[in-house]
Design a protein around this ligand. Structure first.
Ligand SMILES: *Cc1c(COP(=O)(O)O)cnc(C)c1O
Length: 223
């Protein structure tokens, strides 16, 4: 990795530490050598969004990496990442959660799951619509999962240069987090994460209460 990238990492890391926000280094499409080099600087949480790519990289890298699966996950692929994945960021169906519970039970390990809320304009983005969220969470809580840990919400803002719009979308995610926390997870410390913010908008996300940002291109260069 070129020194410039290391400088970027160190300055972003400092900025996030000051705000007590966790950094997920999004390494999709990047070689294991680039991941190892950030690992050597102290980074432990890495994000990938293709199952096959993650399954190929994981055994080549240190065991104490915390792998975050940030892409859309199909239920039939959960079994491949269940032995090692730390957090699944983009859960938007009960079917998927039931499968995560089943696979996590096989390995007797807990897996953090974040519920993806849909707030952006683009029809292509996955996630639960705002008007379905409360019912969805009701259904989930009733399952009494033993291995799935509902750890919070994840969301993505519209891909636009309109900062007011991005700001409003992040504020909506935070509003839902507070609402759900109070209504369904009041006694549950695990429901604590708001995963929002990428290279282009992480500062706005932090202003709106993000606890976890997913940054790729600023750390590893353009894909
Ligand atoms: C690729 C990706 C990111 C990182 O995007 P950058 O713009 O490179 O920071 C964050 N979140 C998700 C869900 C992604 O797929």
């Amino acid at each position: 990795m070129i020194p410039l990238m290391n400088d970027n990492y160190c300055s972003i890391k400092k900025e996030l530490q000051a705000a007590a926000v966790e950094l997920i280094a999004v390494s999709k499409t990047k070689p294991v050598a680039a991941i190892q080099s950030l690992f050597d600087l102290g980074q432990r949480a890495f994000g990938e969004n293709y199952v096959q790519e993650l399954v190929e990289k994981q055994p080549q890298l240190p065991n104490d990496i915390q792998w975050h699966y940030i892409g859309h996950l199909q239920s039939n692929k959960v079994k491949y990442i269940a032995p090692f994945v730390h957090t699944i960021h983009a859960v938007d169906s009960l079917k998927l959660l039931l499968e995560v519970e089943k696979q996590a039970a096989k390995h007797q390990r807990k897996i953090n799951c974040l519920l993806q809320i849909h707030v952006a304009d683009e029809a292509t983005k996955f996630g639960i619509a705002e008007n379905e969220l409360d019912n969805f969470v009701n259904e989930i809580v009733a399952q009494n999962f033993q291995f799935v840990v509902i750890a919070g919400l994840m969301g993505m803002a519209t891909n636009t240069t309109d900062e007011q719009k991005i700001n409003a979308e992040f504020a909506t995610i935070k509003m839902w987090f507070d609402k759900l926390k109070e209504k369904h997870f009041n006694q549950n410390n695990s429901f604590s994460q708001i995963s929002m913010g990428m290279s282009s908008d992480y500062q706005l996300a932090i202003k709106n209460g993000s606890t976890m940002v997913r940054i790729g291109s600023l750390l590893f260069g353009e894909r």
